[in-house]
Structure formats: structure tokens, C-alpha cells
Design a protein around this ligand. Structure first.
Ligand SMILES: Cc1ncc(COP(=O)(O)O)c(C=O)c1O
Length: 410
């Protein structure tokens, strides 16, 4: 074996913890935002790749062939796509990013200084929390109910902060299929949220990563469409097509956009052009068909997971947030179940889930919550995985007592 690097004592300060070596995916993989492998339209993507390469392949000779905001056809496609969310914008107001995660990083860097305060939904995207923590930003959680952000409570939080002479920089919200609860914010709350943000001089940072994956087509228009001067909007192709392609986008007015582009140029030399070309080519023709089919499959998998939880956990699941779309189920077990203590024994059984504290602004109060992704596993894997989870939970905590799995003595 080669000698290990002799200069690790020279590593910079403040690096994240070293990554473990990757050992492959577990059998029962309920974490992250993976997609359904059987619904990657591989043949159509191959045809799209061939078509764009034959037509526009010479563009690959250039860095950022259509400028630093991304491929023209892809930005034009995003303009059409977000029109479906009520947004009127031009390709100059669209930035293609390497995943919407990069969009989050860029917006954070444009707006935040160490010590700033931001308001997030009490349960939120763990990646957003981690990014903010690394930036040394104070995070305040605003309560949610089955319809998303509680505007009354948010109003009180903003008033309290004002009393302490603190104006948060932004309110980060996932209004359309919230991660992890799956709620959709009704239109009157969107209006009230905007009014509150205006009153307090706070930006709304709207993340619409899952907005295309709703069970019903009646979600209210994006908040950005209601006032582009007060909102920054991000979206992703990870959830509708493929997280491995690493494509997302930001929509903002030029004042913000010019800063985002300035920063992105410092960070990379552009997002991969081939992915952008293929996605624009494929989705320009097949978005509605593909997303319609994917959403149907996701809904069936959700039903499978709900049935499995009811069968294996019975009434032990105290609360199940029934999502209105997307790929996650957020549940709460009784207070005496600390899900963080289930992580290691579950991993031994080849099962992983997202523990609630990592998806919460108040980790200590979310020890009995967990997030389960149902998009990647097959229905059989979902059934067997939930049975395994119930068994592990029973062995560690004594509940659920009446699981079908335990009766079988599996
Ligand atoms: C709410 C939300 N925003 C952003 C992201 C980042 O996704 P990506 O970088 O793949 O677009 C995720 C990923 O799970 C997410 O759940």
C-alpha cells in the first residue's frame, strides 16, 4: 500500500469532518432524495443526447458557450417551465446551477454575513440547515401545521426579533410540497407571508424543488410570481428527472442575478453543458408526460409505505404527515423512542433513514421524528424495510408491541 499523505498537519482549519470511505448503498435505503430507477427515461435521454450533440456539439469547444448563466435553450426551457408556476420571467433572470444546492449556496453567500439571522420552517431541508450552520448564521424555526407555515406564529417571531433589534435576512420556505412534511401553502397564506415579509423588510427565499411532483394539479402559483422584487426562487431537475445530472436553477431579478453570476464565476467555470443540453432537449418535448407518470408511481409507493407502517407499527406512529406530493414521509413515534438510537442497529440490518433532529431547527424536540424517502426502493423493499425497521425499533425500545413482523417472529 502507498504511504499516506505526509502533510495532513498542513490542512486548513475549520474543514468539515473527514468523509468515511464509501461502502455502497444499503439494502433498505430510505434516506436522501433519490429517484425511482425504473423511471429514468434512459432511451429517450440517449436520443436527446444524440440529437443535441449532432446539432450543437461544436459548442462544447467553449467554456460557457452561451454565457455564464447557462445554455440558452435550457434557460428558455426554465422560463416556460416556471410559467407553469405562474412566473413571468426572461432567460436573463434565470441562472442554471450545478444542482439547486449550488443555488442555495450562492443565495446564502449573496445575502448572509456571519452572525446574521434567518427564519426557516421548524422542520426543513437538512442540507439548508447544514449550509447555514457552516456560515455561522442564527437559525430561528417558525411553526408549521398541515398547511405549511403558520403565519400568525411567524408574525409573532418577526415582532419578537424586531424588539431585539434583529431583522432576519430571509425567510427560507419550501411552500409547495414542503420538505419533510409534504404540505402545500394555500394562496391566502402566501399573500399573508408576502405582506409580513414586506412589513419587516425580509427577503423570501422560495425553494420549489418538489413543486412539480404534486398529487393534484391545483397548487397555488409560486410566491415569486406574486412579487419578484421581494422573492428569490430556486428549483431543481433532481426530483423530476435525475439527481445525478446535478442541474438546478435560480430565478431572480437582475440586481440579485448579477451578484449570483459574479459569485458563480468565482466558484466554477460553468455548470456542465451536456447535461443542460440534454435536459432542455428532452423536457421541451416530454416534461408533462414524464412527470405525470413519475408522480403516479410515487403516489403508489407512498401508499405502499403508509400501509406497511400501519401494518408494522399500528398506532405506534403518533403522527404521519400525509404528503401532498414529493418523495418523503415524515412521521413521529412516541416520545420514548429516540430515533437517533435506532440509527446504528438499523444500519447493521442494512437500513438507513433520516433522523428527525437533522431535519429540524429544534433538534432536541424532534428526537422521535424520522423522514423516510419512498422514491428509490421498490414496493417489496419498502414492505420488507418497514418490517425490519419495526423489528429494530421493538428490539431497542419495546415498541411497537403488536407488529405483524414481530408476531411472525421474523
Ligand atoms: C428542499 C431541497 N432543496 C434543495 C435540494 C438540493 O437538491 P439538488 O442540489 O439535487 O437540486 C434538496 C435535496 O434534497 C431539497 O430537498
Amino acid at each position: 500500500m502507498a504511504a499516506s499523505f505526509a502533510y495532513s498537519h498542513l490542512f486548513a482549519e475549520g474543514l468539515p469532518a473527514p468523509a468515511p470511505r464509501w461502502t455502497g448503498f444499503p439494502k433498505y435505503n430510505f434516506i436522501g432524495g433519490h429517484n425511482d430507477p425504473e423511471h429514468v427515461p434512459a432511451a429517450d435521454l440517449a436520443a436527446a443526447a444524440e440529437a443535441v450533440l449532432r446539432r450543437d456539439g461544436a459548442d462544447l469547444a467553449l467554456y460557457n458557450p452561451h454565457g455564464p448563466q447557462g445554455f440558452r435553450a435550457t434557460r428558455e426551457y426554465v422560463v416556460n417551465k416556471v410559467a407553469g408556476r405562474g412566473i413571468t420571467c426572461t432567460p436573463e433572470e434565470v441562472l442554471i446551477t450545478s444542482g439547486s444546492g449550488q443555488g442555495l449556496d450562492l443565495v446564502n453567500r449573496v445575502l448572509l454575513n456571519r452572525g446574521d439571522t434567518v427564519v426557516l420552517e421548524e422542520f426543513t431541508y437538512g442540507g439548508a440547515l447544514t449550509k447555514l450552520q457552516r456560515l455561522g448564521v442564527n437559525v430561528v424555526g417558525a411553526p408549521l401545521d398541515d398547511d405549511g407555515l403558520r403565519i400568525d406564529a411567524l408574525g409573532r417571531i418577526l415582532d419578537d426579533l424586531k424588539q431585539k433589534a434583529t431583522v432576519p435576512k430571509f425567510i427560507y420556505t419550501i411552500p409547495t410540497v414542503q420538505n419533510p412534511t409534504g404540505s402545500i401553502l394555500p394562496v391566502d397564506r402566501r399573500e399573508a407571508l408576502l405582506a409580513l415579509a414586506k412589513k419587516h423588510g425580509v427577503v423570501i427565499f422560495e425553494d420549489e424543488c418538489y413543486a412539480d411532483l404534486t398529487w393534484n394539479p391545483d397548487a397555488p402559483a409560486a410566491i415569486y410570481s406574486m412579487d419578484p422584487s421581494r422573492v428569490i426562487h430556486v428549483g431543481s431537475f433532481s426530483k423530476t428527472l435525475s439527481p445525478a445530472l446535478r442541474l438546478g436553477y435560480v430565478v431572480s431579478d437582475w440586481t440579485v442575478m448579477s451578484r449570483l453570476v459574479g459569485l458563480k464565476r468565482e466558484i466554477d467555470s460553468g455548470t456542465g453543458a451536456l447535461e443542460q443540453m440534454v435536459v432542455a432537449e428532452y423536457f421541451s418535448r416530454s416534461f408533462t408526460e414524464h412527470v405525470g407518470e413519475l408522480t403516479g408511481v410515487l403516489r403508489e409507493k407512498l401508499d405502499t409505505m403508509v400501509e406497511a407502517l400501519e401494518r408494522e407499527f399500528g398506532t405506534t406512529v403518533e403522527k404521519m404527515w400525509r404528503p401532498k406530493g414529493g418523495i418523503f414521509l415524515w412521521i413521529k413515534l412516541p416520545d420514548r423512542v429516540d430515533v437517533t438510537k435506532l440509527v446504528a442497529p438499523a444500519a447493521k440490518e442494512g437500513l438507513v433513514f433520516n433522523p428527525g433532529p437533522e431535519w429540524s431547527c429544534n433538534p432536541a424536540q424532534t428526537k422521535s421524528h424520522m423522514r423516510l424517502c419512498f422514491a428509490l426502493p421498490s414496493k417489496d423493499v419498502i414492505r420488507n424495510g418497514i418490517a425490519t425497521l419495526a423489528r429494530v425499533c421493538y428490539e431497542e425500545t419495546g415498541i411497537p408491541e403488536q407488529s405483524a413482523n414481530i408476531r411472525r417472529g421474523a
